[in-house]
Design a protein around this ligand. Structure first.
Ligand SMILES: Nc1nc2c([nH]c(=O)n2[C@@H]2O[C@H](COP(=O)(O)OP(=O)(O)OP(=O)(O)O)[C@@H](O)[C@H]2O)c(=O)[nH]1
Ligand SMILES: [Mg+2]
Length: 133
């Protein structure tokens, strides 16, 4: 088990009007590289998780989040690092979603998410999207 403090990450599930979800592929040289992810990133010092969510989605996908609701919190130990994924469903936003870092990106129907390779911590998120409580 990694013994440093866990990394707190804000993660956004963005749906379009067809009910498809936005995913992008992590750069191959990053942690969990070459896997698909939901947009997001680390919460910085002095930021709330919601601030981080808004900032990351502006930086990574060019949108302005208006409202979002908490979906789940996932604690996961990757051996090399521990993460706490604070996952939000984006309920309204302005702007047109696009990937700003040159990563591959896709809109995928929820039922098809299982066909893509995500980091291990995302399995629980995808399960929740496929089988809402
Ligand atoms: N953004 C994002 N990160 C995820 C997901 N699932 C998951 O395990 N992570 C992990 O969360 C951690 C932080 O994500 P990140 O690399 O996007 O952080 P960041 O945008 O602040 O990037 P940087 O500080 O590397 O520039 C990584 O270790 C990553 O492997 C996911 O669905 N989306
Ligand atoms: Mg990121």
């Amino acid at each position: 088990m990694a013994n440093s403090d866990p990394i707190h990450v804000a993660v956004g599930v963005i749906e379009n009007t067809d009910g498809d979800v936005f995913i992008s592929k992590r750069h191959k040289d990053l942690h969990q590289g070459d896997k698909w992810e939901f947009p997001g990133g680390k919460v910085e010092v002095g930021e709330t998780v919601y601030d981080a969510l808004v900032r990351e989605l502006r930086e990574e996908c060019n949108i302005s989040v208006q409202t979002a609701s908490p979906l789940t919190v996932i604690n996961h130990d990757y051996q090399d690092k521990r993460v706490v994924l604070d996952v939000w469903r984006i309920t309204s936003f302005t702007g047109e979603v696009r990937q700003t870092d040159g990563q591959d990106w896709l809109w995928v129907p929820v039922y098809a998410l299982g066909a893509y390779q995500f980091p291990e911590a995302n399995v629980a998120i995808i399960d929740l999207l496929e089988n809402p409580l």
